[in-house]
Design a protein around this ligand. Structure first.
Ligand code: SAH
Length: 346
């Protein structure tokens, strides 16, 4: 099956030619899919019946919205979507003064096994198609009627574990003819797959790369993130330096603070030592408690002290503002609850 919504404009032109149609039809259809968010060919008013008939062999991938939770505190919305094959994923809309940001999933589930993360508990179900990554944004923009100005690939899944689909998604999202989002308004977050980081550097994209570090030495990182058994912090930071050299883009490091595990003054100083000389920024995230795990979030004071200690060493840090804390905790929990519910109803 050809997933028409994952095709570039060029590929769509080739498809039109192969079925005996004029190339300009490709642009019309592309616009319907990626600007008008059409979910059926019936909606495409300027497409002749004869072509619609031919296109029946190319079903349009679209997500079904199963649930929305709206935060009473800050208007953050958490969406649960159903994929064609029954898998579910979640996405989040965050409203900031500077615009609307959507956090999307790149996989259904995840196989990275980070100890504090709910998305990984049931393992990986499957990779998402480019169209399925896009449609999270399309459905949210359509349902709110508000433009999405920023996209972060920080939901469930490891984007670099779904590398080819991620790159295609980025092209479709940022090239002309679709949403045409600036690459600078896109952030991709990774747990640090080193070979893929070298490949990505060669793409010379202008997006922001966020790397989940969460610890300042290999021993601690291995306890939190199984991927650290495969690549050392040294190897990871070398790949990050290369990424900066190739793209000129400052890297963001994510650091989730867990009480008594990685939030001490020594941890901060060790982290500052690691990052010295690297053009980067540290995002400090008080860990979100996950029901199945026993991690406790650092106190507000510990988080602030951590930031101060980093800054004393010349490393900039930001404490991530908590959004939608009333609609539930960590990433992956809405999906997980839904799966438990449907399981128990069987
Ligand atoms: N796989 C990618 C992107 C998805 S997770 C990655 O690892 O970066 C997005 C961020 O949320 C990561 O930094 C991840 O480590 C963090 N995260 C996951 N669960 C969390 C939790 N319970 N509390 C705080 N941060 C969490």
């Amino acid at each position: 099956m050809t997933d028409i919504k994952s095709m570039t404009l060029e590929e769509l032109k080739e498809l039109m030619e192969s079925i005996g149609e004029k190339a300009f039809r490709a642009k019309q259809i592309y616009g319907w899919l990626h600007q008008h968010f059409a979910v059926s060919y019936d909606e495409m008013a300027n497409i002749p019946k004869s072509l619609k008939k031919k296109l029946e062999d190319y079903p349009i991938t679209a997500l079904e919205m199963l649930d929305v939770q709206i935060s009473k505190i800050d208007g953050t919305r958490k969406y649960l979507f159903r994929l064609n094959d029954g898998n579910t994923i979640e996405s989040v809309l965050m409203r900031y003064r500077h615009g609307n940001s959507v956090c999307i999933s790149s996989q259904a589930g995840c196989r990275m096994g980070c100890r504090f993360c709910a998305s990984t508990i049931g393992g990986l179900a499957r990779n998402l198609l480019p169209s399925e990554m896009l449609d999270q944004i399309y459905r949210i923009q359509e349902s709110t009627g508000e433009r999405i100005s920023n996209v972060v690939v920080m939901g469930s899944g490891e984007p670099l574990d779904n590398y080819d689909n991620l790159l295609r998604f980025i092209r479709l999202l940022t090239e002309e003819g679709g949403l045409h989002l600036s690459q600078r308004n896109l952030t991709v977050s990774t747990c640090g797959l080193v070979p893929q980081l070298y490949d990505l550097a060669e793409e010379k994209l202008q997006m922001t790369l966020a790397v989940s570090l969460h610890a300042s030495n290999d021993e601690k990182r291995r306890e939190l993130m199984p991927i650290a058994k495969k690549y050392s912090i040294d190897e990871l930071l070398k790949a990050c330096r290369n990424y900066f050299e190739k793209t000129g883009r400052r890297i963001t490091f994510e650091y989730s603070l867990v009480a008594g595990v990685n939030d001490s003054r020594e941890d901060a100083l060790e982290l500052a030592g690691l990052l010295k000389g690297l053009n980067c920024h540290v995002n400090l995230i008080p860990v979100n408690p996950v029901r199945e795990r026993s991690f406790v979030r650092s106190t507000r004071e510990a988080v602030e002290n951590f930031k101060i200690n980093l800054e004393k060493c010349g490393i900039n840090g930001t404490i991530r503002r908590e959004m939608g804390s009333d609609i539930d905790g960590a990433c992956g929990q809405l999906r997980k609850r839904y799966m438990e519910k449907t399981e128990s109803e069987k």
